[in-house]
Design a protein around this ligand. Sequence first.
Ligand SMILES: Cc1cc2nc3c(=O)[nH]c(=O)nc-3n(C[C@H](O)[C@H](O)[C@H](O)COP(=O)(O)O)c2cc1C
Length: 219
Amino acid sequence: MTIKEAISARHMVRTYTDKPIPDDIVTKLNERIALMNDAHGVQMKLITGENAPVWGLMRLMGAKGTRNYLLLGSPAIPDAKEKLGYCGIDIALYAQTLGLNSWWISGTFSKGDVKEQSGTAVQAGILVLGYGATQGVPHKSKLPEDVSSYEGNSPEWFREGVKAALFAPTANNKQAFFLKGSGEEVHIDCNNSIFTDIDRGIVKYHFEAGAGKDNFVWV
Ligand SMILES: Cc1cc2nc3c(=O)[nH]c(=O)nc-3n(C[C@H](O)[C@H](O)[C@H](O)COP(=O)(O)O)c2cc1C
């Protein structure tokens, strides 16, 4: 499975089996996490085989077997939360290509526990990883025309970017972003209260994967 294929295959999964993540897969994940940390200046950290700091209340929503997770932490660098959105979704999609499922949590996690475990100035939440009891289901989605516009006839790369952006996980599935294209320039607006920056990073990653980074520039 490629990252592009993972974009449509990934869905939120809250219930996990007891199967541990094998050592070779943990190694691969850690290698990718180190690459993203180095490239973007963030400090994500994988924890395996420990109870994730998910709110107990989430058990009512199906949370079970959440024993591996990525701490979405960063030093206080410019745009830290957007970068954590961008880097975190890379790991979620990479994990999907390795046969894992995931659950992004930026609200219903224990902030105290995460602060202690990550020791970073900025925390954007956790990404639960593991073998899902199911593969999840596609989220309800807006239409391309609800979230994008292009000056003149839109090129295929723009349409593919928007399609990929609509698969992106966003907080409360708000899909509160708008992509505006003109020539080879694309502008993104995003507004999802305290989750705006994280959502923007995630959606930018998805758009780039769909459109092809070489076809446009962000403005
Ligand atoms: C920034 C962000 C924050 C989220 N926070 C939570 C959360 O606090 N609790 C939760 O159960 N799910 C959370 N989610 C998961 C979303 O509800 C889920 O991704 C969304 O409904 C879309 O579904 P999908 O992941 O299947 O595409 C969050 C997702 C994102 C991107």
